[in-house]
Every structure is written in C-alpha cells, then in structure tokens.
Ligand binder design. Sequence first.
Ligand code: ATP
Ligand code: ZN
Ligand code: MG
Ligand code: MG
Length: 473
Amino acid sequence: MEVKEVDGNEWKYHGEGNRSMVVSHVQHCQVLRFLKFPIEHAQPSQALEEAPRRLKNIVDFSKHVMKLLLGDNFVQPGEVIQLPLDFVTQLALKIQPERSGSRCNKVMDAFSGYALCLPDLTKFQTCHQIEKRPPLCIEIKPKCGFIPFSSHITKDIKRHVCRYCMHQHLKVANGKWKRISKYCPLDLFSGNKQRMYIALKSLLQEPQNNLKIFKNGELIFGCKDDQDCLMDLNELANHLKAYFFPANGVVSGPQCTRTVISELIHVITIALVSNVDTCKTGDMKRTLVSQERSHCEASHFRKEALRNGIHVVENSGLPKGCVLSRILQVQMLDMMDIDGIYPLYLRVQQHIEDFPTDRSRLHLDGPYNESFYESLSDCHSQDDETVDYAAQKIHQYRVATTAKDCSIMIALSPCPVEERPEPSTIIQTSRACFVYSVSVLDLDPKPYENIAHQYKLDGKIINFYVQSMRGKK
Ligand code: ATP
Ligand code: ZN
Ligand code: MG
Ligand code: MG
C-alpha cells in the first residue's frame, strides 16, 4: 500500500487507544496508525530504536497468527511505512487539540517516522454510484465472552460473574467512567437473539469505549472519555433515519427513535452472526459453550427481559464461522486463566534469568512467524515441569488476550433495493438494504511482561468487586 498524500492538511485525527494513535485521510480510504509512548519515556532515540521492530511485530502477528486463527476475510494486517519527519511532526501538532485529556499521559510517536498504513475500515467503498447516503460503520469492542473454566482458579466469584461486569465497578470507582454499563459480553456472545438485543441496547445506553458509530468516517456516536461523549440516542436516530426509513425521512419523536434503534440493533445482530464464508445466516451448526461458561450472574438480561415483557427462549450458541464465534474460539485458548498462567510465567522468568539467551529461543518477544503459530498447537497436554510447556501455555494465553481486546468493525453501505445485488452480500430489513463487510482490528500482540501486571490487576478487580457486593447486602 502506498500513501498517496504526505501533506498534513490532508490527514485528520481519527481516534486513539491505549497504545496507538490513528489519523485518517480526508478523502482516500486510508488511515495511519502511530505508536504511542509514555510522555516521560518519549525519547527520539528510543522511538527510533523501538518503533520499526514493534510495528513489524504487530503486522507479523496479524498476518501469521491472528489471520490464520480468525479467518482470512476478517483481518487486514496493513504494512509498515516510513514517513517524512516534518510531516509527522506537523501532524502531531495538528491533532493535539482533538485529544481527550485522559489520553494525554502518552504522546504519539512523532520521532521515528514509522507508522502502519491500513485501509480505513469506517469508509467502506461504496460501489453504488447512484447511492447518495454515505456508509455507516459500527465498531464494537466486545471483550471476553466466557466464564473462565480453569481448575487453577481460586476465587469462586470468577466462576459466576464475568470479568467485564466485575471490572466495571473498579472503573467507575477510579473515575474512568461515570456510570456502570449494563452490557455483559456473555449476552452478546450467546448467539441468542434476545440476549444479544439486550447486550447491544446496553452498549447504546452506555457506550464507554465498547461502541462507536461512524457516518462517512466521522464519529457520530461514542466516547473519547467520561468528559467527552456523543451519546444522545435521539441524535443518533436523527442521523440514521434516512437509512431505515428511506421512504419517509421526516418521522421524529420517541417512537421514531425506538424504531430506528431497534432496526439498527437488528442489522448489527445479523452482521455479527452471519457466516461470511458461506454467507448464510440460517440454521447451521452452532458452537455450544456449556451453560456455566456462558451465563454471568451480574448480567441484567433477565431483569430487562422481564421489564420489556420478553419471553425468554433458551436457544443459544453462535453459528460456526461467524465473527463472534471466531473471536470466542480464540479467546478460549486461554484455558488456564491468569491464575494458572502466573506460576508458569514465574517459571519462565526464573529460567531466563539463568539462561538469558533462551528468551529468543522461546519466542517471548516474537518473531511472530509460522513457527510461532505452530508452537501454539497443543503438543504438551500435561505439565511436564519444563520451561517449554510454560512458554507454550503463555503463548496461547497471550493470543487469547489479544482476542479479548480486539474490535469488530461492521461497515454498512446502503443500497437501493431495486438494485438487487447478490443476496449473499447484503443485509435486508423490512425498510432497508445494506451491502456489508465485517473486519476485526486491533490485533496487536500483548507484551509478555504484561502478565505480571494482569495478575495484579485481576486480584484488584476481584477484591474490589467482592467488597462492593458486600457493601450492598
Ligand atoms: P486499545 O486501547 O483498544 O488497545 P489501540 O491503541 O490498540 O487500542 P486501535 O484500537 O487499533 O488502538 O485504534 C484506535 C481506534 O482507531 C479504534 O478504536 C478505531 O476506532 C480506529 N481505527 C483503528 N484502525 C482503524 C482502521 N483500519 N480503520 C478505521 N478506523 C480504525
Ligand atoms: Zn457479565
Ligand atoms: Mg490495542
Ligand atoms: Mg482498540
């Protein structure tokens, strides 16, 4: 991929996460994804030394690991490119005012000149020339969709309440978000239309950083942080009614909002459960997750169902091959849970203290090539006390962690029903028709060293949750 324009005026702030800054081209369908560094460590020399290797690892991990696990259709690894330093410096200055205060403890890498170039997934190329309405894109960061099943777990609460629901309490107490979200990932990953409906509705009520909606590449719904949110459902419905009421664009009021929002949820649900390989959404093999692993006791689903007069039908499981099922399967490579992984991490740490050169033999920091991918398959079923067993389990855990943190992008391009495109590539509702595509992004490898941090954080989340629940009794 070639970057067509290296003029700062042609690029604008698009979004950022914890580890990268994304700018998009005002016209072309491209984004640049820069690394971020903590302000206190942002040394040009360090950036130059680290950035090319870290970016190469990101692309390799996407290409040789996540793409194989998630499926060809969903993953666009992009490529590492080198940009003129004056362009990057100008860009860093230009985007600064757009950034939220809570993100400013890190700075964009404006020092190395390296970045990733990716297709702009929020601007699905519309091939329908007569179509005036711009594309829509829904980004969902679903988080972990199952209850851990490892025998290494010591705290019983982890078998009942999912990680996301527990973490909410700590996040609100820390001031990261103002209110607790009612979203529970287990409902989204259930494959049950009613549970998915409640999950998506909860995301729309409290999007935090788990839901964003773009129109023509511009954010129209979602949060930068708790101070800076676009989350008015009436406004969203105003944006969307031209898509869902093509014949009657003037409707308004609460009834209109409700109808538009439930049409939107319907379309998102279809995209999430459709199998892009066979392009079918009908009855097909479902991935079944056992009852205990697919229900979270903190979920608001039953309460909401009662309140909305929904009769709960318990058919569950995701159609095989749909994006949610693919992601869930990779997440489930975490078989031991952090409770089982942490002792293995200590084993590896001890070993590399004694044999430092083994760090690279064990692929702890990549390279993420074919042999890393092969090392994921389960040849050690029993713990034989070796460091190789420990390293393999850690690799599986890290791959699963990436899948717990990725985002799904659903791009929708409206198409006039008269055009009758191939039925396999469209989502049709009673009033609308969209050509759609589904991708998965943010597939970076999580640093090996993060395991120690994850272990501590896990303890904190659980203790805080147990304490808050005690306070409520
Ligand atoms: P996190 O904190 O979730 O790990 P991150 O720092 O790894 O995030 P990304 O999630 O990759 O960063 O990117 C930040 C945001 O930029 C995304 O949430 C998404 O909205 C946007 N973005 C990233 N890549 C693309 C793309 N290829 N096309 C369009 N938008 C993108
Ligand atoms: Zn939950
Ligand atoms: Mg990330
Ligand atoms: Mg992200």
